[in-house]
Design a protein around this ligand. Structure first.
Ligand SMILES: *[C@@H]1O[C@H](CO)[C@@H](O)[C@H](O)[C@H]1NC(C)=O
Length: 265
């Protein structure tokens, strides 16, 4: 069979794959009201329902040209402290659609479709998590964040400094003002491609951004905020989701960039 035939078979066999054509096939419940943030157009963008031990934990829109995510989307369920894993995974289906749905151990693999651990070595950048360990609600969930498709080159002092502080503040804010009311907290975290690449391959983002929506029983964001900062250790700007959407429209050069499918304030 040709590669194209294999692709067709894998498509027709019912979309069991983790790299999906549409997030809704396997991970709609990750998103507020079942609708993902804006999907950028182009063959380089792949929708991944991030699966670990056969369970989907979050969703990533991945840019196979820049080898970094556009964003990862996840629910914040509870505060807990998970251990950090010592190895990273990759998404095997980006290289071969016939591979299984689970992320697999990196094991010094090479790839032309995604970043691997070797690409980051001696680069001076951290593998900055988008869906973070800090907001994970179980150890498996924390382990599932250690995939290169959920990471982008991040200034190390930003990663362990102001960005980390922001994750903690968001976690406290949502625990106090959202989870305590039995509402559901949805978060989307992303990066904007910059001008430089590590080893001519992995794009170093110019900005990191994140936004949350606390969805109430009327399916509206009761509280929501957006945050964006350059890839340097400075406190990210704290703005409205609408303001963040306008910034992202300018930075990604698209007409509309929606984060949550509801009236965010
Ligand atoms: C962001 O600003 C809002 C509104 O002023 C405030 O309630 C919230 O605590 C701030 N959040 C963070 C993480 O700084």
């Amino acid at each position: 069979m040709t590669f194209l035939h294999l692709m067709m078979v894998s498509v027709l066999s019912g979309g069991l794959a983790e790299v999906v054509h549409d997030f809704r096939e396997k991970c709609a419940d990750i998103f507020a009201n079942g609708a993902s943030p804006t999907i950028l157009h182009g063959h380089q963008y792949k929708q991944i329902c991030q699966t670990f031990k056969k369970k989907v934990y979050y969703a990533t829109l991945y840019d196979t040209d820049n080898k970094i995510p556009v964003y990862s989307a996840y629910k914040f369920v509870k505060q807990m402290s998970c251990k950090r894993k010592h190895f990273w995974c990759i998404e095997p289906q980006l290289d071969n659609p016939e591979e299984g749905p689970n992320m697999v151990h990196d094991r010094s693999r090479q790839s032309s479709h995604q970043a691997v651990t070797d690409d980051y070595k001696h680069s001076g950048f951290d593998r900055g998590h988008l869906a973070p360990v800090y907001l994970a609600s179980s150890q498996d969930c924390a382990d599932a964040t250690f995939t290169l498709t959920n990471a982008a080159p991040q200034n190390p002092s930003f990663n362990s400094g102001k960005w980390r502080t922001l994750e903690e503040k968001i976690s406290n804010e949502l625990t106090k003002r959202c989870l305590s009311k039995k509402n559901t907290a949805y978060i989307v975290t992303g990066v904007v491609p910059g001008k430089n690449k590590i080893k001519g391959k992995v794009n170093v983002p110019s900005h990191f951004w994140t936004a949350y929506c606390c969805l109430d029983h009327n399916k509206e964001c009761q509280i929501s905020r957006g945050f964006i900062g350059k890839n340097r250790n400075l406190t990210p700007k704290n703005i409205t989701v609408n303001e963040l959407q306008r910034s992202l429209e300018n930075l990604y050069k698209v007409k509309s960039f929606q984060l949550f499918s509801t009236k965010a304030n």
